[in-house]
Design a protein around this ligand. Structure first.
Ligand code: FRU
Length: 505
């Protein structure tokens, strides 16, 4: 690497606070919950410890946004009490007041959440589904007196995602939830959100290396054709991801109002460890978990958010007073690419149109077995768009948040068909033995070249490769002064067809 002298400025815990990603002001968060667009406002509820910055006292925190960029934190929406922790769930707008929680002309928002009953409570040891409702657009909530509304007597029944199924003459609420330790998604139906009837189950299938959590089910048009709908079932699992720990997988298939039939199951029953790389992963990085989608997003968009952390080290990441960011909001679509049906993810437009400045550009440059710091491209919060064509190099790519010697390496290995993220020298890594890692995802070329869109924030990288066909999301904790951006090639040449850096902070 070109020699540079740099003064090392250690990061303070709060200097990691993201510019583009949501965090709670001074508390812990995990899973996004109850995502809904209602009366012009995006509501992001989330697993929150209102009293600290490690997991515990699980309640629903709350933030809102009108542009998916800037979020306003509100008081805790649904709080734990002596009987229950409030685990993950969803919110629906009950516009026809099927639940009867409405008042006068006001239809309720209804939250369906998991009551994790505490020792000494009436349902000790059980996880069951409960309701709360809001008549003021989601700011204050009342727990339903008849909770829980759905129990299986199970200690691992959780994370209900509810949506309105409209099959013409048959229209009702559908709940997807999990029996976490059975690797099963369970489907229920209801007319009033209070009485639930079992429809079917799905799983075990594909990845089963850890408990199944936080499922979601939604239809998407294939290549934008509203007459060609497929259903996507997502289910998060922990541990057992493709690069260790928490991750989310998906299945593409059909839902007939009763049963989900997968057309993308690779293995049934318990997983085949040798085939982990063949399963459908929402994200191949280590820090994208518990992803679920918004209800009622405008224009039929399917917008998802994930928790940017991994249960392997979640409580130990070196941030304070807050802990854990959310991912960028992603728009999901189904597209045919090279004859295959692919789940494609892009940052939601609102996020990509963030005001940028100070753009650095490079085109048609060849790099030969070297690391080249790009003068004028340094930064801590940026969007990087790069297209490469392989030459003789075995690996090429970018080193970001570097200090002239070390940094986070994002590389393509064309012969192996792989994208790699190496954060072993990304900055602070020693807070947990499982954090420093070299992670990979399968990556195929498009017409001989590779395109990477990378969003760099103060403690993360989110990579959308090949126009969103493969994503990798990882936390990093670099020194504040580690701002260099370099390009590199190992063992030969590679061409940088274009490189554009937009400063976002
Ligand atoms: C997933 C999860 C959920 C549960 C919640 C508890 O990260 O374990 O299954 O509802 O977190 O905070």
């Amino acid at each position: 690497m070109d020699t540079l002298t740099s003064t090392h400025t250690a990061a303070t815990a709060d200097s990691y606070r993201p510019a583009l990603h949501y965090t709670a002001t001074d508390t812990w968060l995990n899973d996004p919950n109850g995502l809904i667009f209602h009366e012009g406002v995006y509501h992001l509820y989330y697993q929150n410890n209102p009293m600290g910055n490690v997991w515990g006292n699980m309640s629903w925190g709350h933030a809102t946004s009108t542009d998916l960029q800037t979020w306003t934190e509100h008081p805790v929406a649904i709080a734990c009490d002596e009987n229950e922790d409030i685990f993950s769930g969803s919110i629906v707008y009950d516009r026809h007041n099927t639940s009867g929680f409405g008042s006068g002309s006001v239809a309720p928002l209804v939250a369906i959440y998991t009551s994790a009953f505490k020792p000494g409570s009436m349902h000790e040891g059980v996880q069951a589904q409960s309701l709360a409702y809001s008549l003021d657009g989601g700011y204050t909530w009342t727990k339903h007196a008849g909770n829980p509304v759905l129990s299986r007597g199970s200690a691992e029944f959780r994370d209900p995602k509810v949506f309105r199924y409209d099959g013409g003459a048959r229209s009702y609420w559908v709940m997807v939830a999990v029996e976490a330790k059975d690797f099963q998604v369970v489907f229920y139906k209801s007319d009033d959100l209070k009485n639930w009837e079992l429809l079917s189950t799905f799983g075990p299938a594909n990845a089963t290396g850890g408990v199944w959590e936080c499922p979601d089910l939604f239809p998407l048009p294939v290549d934008g054709d509203p007459d060609d709908l497929k259903w996507v079932l997502t289910v998060n699992l922990n541990p057992g991801g493709p690069n260790k720990g928490s991750a989310g997988q998906y299945f593409i298939g059909d839902f007939d109002g009763t049963t989900f039939t997968s057309a993308s199951t690779v293995t049934e029953g318990l997983q085949d460890p040798d085939r982990l790389g063949e399963y459908g992963w929402l994200d191949w990085g280590r820090d994208y978990y518990a992803a679920v989608s918004f209800s009622d997003a405008p224009d039929n968009r399917r917008l998802m958010v994930g928790w940017m952390n991994n249960w392997e080290y979640a409580n130990d990441i070196p941030t304070a007073p807050w802990r854990s960011p959310m991912s960028l909001v992603r728009e999901i679509s189904l597209q045919t690419r090279n004859g295959d049906l692919c789940l494609v993810q892009q940052p939601a437009n609102e996020t990509t149109t963030l005001a940028g400045s100070d753009s650095f550009r490079l085109s048609e440059a060849t790099i030969d077995d070297a690391v080249q710091v790009l003068a004028g491209a340094a930064g801590t919060v940026q969007r990087i768009d790069a297209t490469f064509t392989p030459g003789s190099a075995e690996e090429f790519g970018l080193i970001l948040r570097g200090d002239g010697v070390k940094g986070t390496r994002i590389g393509v290995r064309p012969d192996e068909g792989k994208l790699c993220v190496d954060r072993r020298e990304s900055g602070q890594t020693d807070f947990h033995e499982s954090f420093p890692s070299m992670d990979t995802a399968p990556l195929r070329t498009t017409a001989g070249s590779y395109h990477l869109s990378i969003f760099v924030d103060r403690c993360s990288v989110e990579i959308f490769a090949q126009e969103g066909q493969v994503t990798m999301t990882e936390l990093i904790f670099p020194a504040e002064s580690s701002t260099d951006l370099s390009v590199y090639a190992i063992g030969g040449t590679a061409t940088i067809n274009s490189l554009q850096v937009t400063q976002l902070a």
